[in-house]
Design a binder for this molecule. Structure first.
Ligand code: SF4
Ligand code: SF4
Length: 442
């Protein structure tokens, strides 16, 4: 299933593998520094090497053979959150996220070639996330752990102290695992209510369906309520975003091919996704096939149908809920929704349509919460600093923090728990679903 990387001729550069950072991406940086002030790692450390401009410079120097691919390059490349805040302000359109991901690919394959693999990381990237059957087993084990009393026992005996602190804290905020993953619970096709406006194949995701399958079920209900026929392709797999972020581009490509085939067969107008990180990865599938024209064409076709749930609802024309939902909420912009997909207006439009709901904006709502894939596990100090800043920015008096990404939901649940605040952490579509469901009880 997995292609081994093939070394290619290098002209003095340590970027020796396919998919190396492209000159057309790094050469457009004009060194203006507009990106410095929005970069969370530069804000925290004030170190040019850990800024977008610095990272682009290091990647360029390595590509041109002026620097070796050693820790002086590798560390800044991996401390990047891939939050893309720099891309939003960059006047030259430098694709910092893509450059960082491509550079990580070179590190991944260099370590592979040198036999310096990280077995744990490799097990999760290749042995767990691409395999739905194993994800189901993990989900079942976690549900058993929660329901059987084992969780209470583990917490009361203090046995969890053997876990690293960041994993222990995450264990504490895992939501209650529901009856089954939505991919199994939902029927293959769900007819729309009223006139059929469109068809959408639902991308259920891995983290979303393990931890927040109720959000996937809410997504299907909201689409159906708005005249969209929902199809649930049963043989889809994880999008491959974590693999791209870690540099395992061969694995990501294999996963992308599988999903492209599956969603071509589903034949819907749209591919609907409610996880910002996955949505960005699906829309960027063509990047993975830049040297493979046939697959690139298919990836372009596939990506053109991908819509975040908020984007899709606005595009097809959603019905504003009729029942009152008296809540005050604030909205956190997930980086991969705001910066990577440029989706800002649509979630707010959905929230503002709910009668009785007050949207209280938080300052710097688009600043990363520190989740960033598995960054909160690999770089806990920076992730914690960003989480603290995010929680400081939550306006007083709100009932819920709303967002559109499962990673942010886990991270902000942790922030709420630490501060012992009576706040709900909700997905945008859950708010809409709640409002629609109140229509029936009016
Ligand atoms: S990445 Fe963009 S904003 Fe940053 S220095 Fe280069 S051109 Fe300027
Ligand atoms: S993606 Fe985020 S962390 Fe990385 S360089 Fe850009 S702003 Fe900084």
């Amino acid at each position: 299933m997995v292609n081994e990387p093939t070394a290619v001729a290098a002209k003095g550069s340590d970027f020796r593998f396919p998919d190396a950072p492209e000159e057309e991406k790094y050469s457009v940086c004009v060194h203006c520094g507009f990106c410095l002030e929005v970069c969370p790692t530069y804000q925290a450390w004030g170190d040019e090497n850990h800024s977008p401009r610095g990272r682009v410079y290091l990647i360029k120097a390595c590509a041109e053979g002026e620097l070796p691919l050693d820790e002086s390059v590798i560390d800044p490349v991996f401390t990047c959150l891939d939050c893309r805040a720099c891309e939003t302000v960059c006047p030259s359109g430098v694709q910092v996220g893509a450059l960082v991901e491509e550079a990580r690919g070179q590190v991944f394959y260099a370590r592979d070639a040198e036999g310096k693999r990280d077995p744990v990381m490799r097990f999760f990237l290749r042995g767990v996330f691409p395999r739905p059957a194993r994800l189901r087993i993990i989900r079942r084990l976690m549900r058993f752990y929660q329901k059987s009393g084992l969780q209470k026992l583990a917490r009361s005996t203090g046995v969890l102290r053997v876990l690293p602190p960041q994993v222990r804290e995450m264990e504490d905020v895992i939501p209650e695992i529901g009856r089954g993953p939505a991919i199994d619970v939902l029927p293959e096709t769900i007819a729309p209510q009223g006139e059929r406006k469109a068809t959408a194949a639902l991308f259920t995701g891995c983290v979303m369906d393990v931890f927040f399958s109720d959000v996937n079920e809410a997504t299907a209900r909201v689409l159906v309520r708005n005249g969209v026929e929902v199809r649930v392709p049963k043989d889809q797999i994880c999008c491959g975003a974590l693999q791209v972020h870690a540099g395992d581009r061969d694995m990501a490509r294999e996963m992308a091919k599988r999903n492209i085939e599956v969603f071509e067969r589903a034949g819907a107008d749209y591919v609907a996704i409610n996880a910002a990180g996955c949505g960005a990865a699906l829309k960027e599938y063509p990047e993975l096939f830049r040297d493979d024209p046939a697959w690139r064409d298919r990836a372009v076709q596939f990506s053109s149908r991908v819509r975040d749930i908020s984007q899709l609802l606005v595009e097809v024309g959603f019905d504003p809920p009729k029942a009152e939902l008296p809540m005050a909420v604030t909205y956190h912009d997930a980086c991969h929704l705001f910066h990577a997909q440029k989706i800002r207006y649509e979630p707010r439009s959905l929230l503002k349509s709910v009668p009785g709901l007050t949207l209280c904006e938080m300052p710097d709502s688009d600043r990363c919460c520190g989740s960033a894939g598995i960054y909160n596990l690999t770089h806990p100090a920076m992730a914690n600093e960003l989480l603290e800043r995010k929680m400081d920015d939550v306006p007083e008096g709100v009932d819920a923090i709303v967002m559109g990404n499962p990673g942010c939901m886990m991270q902000i649940r942790l922030g709420v728990k630490r501060r012992n605040q009576p706040l709900r952490v909700m997905h945008t579509v859950e708010v809409l679903d709640l409002a629609y469901r109140r229509e029936g009880s009016r």
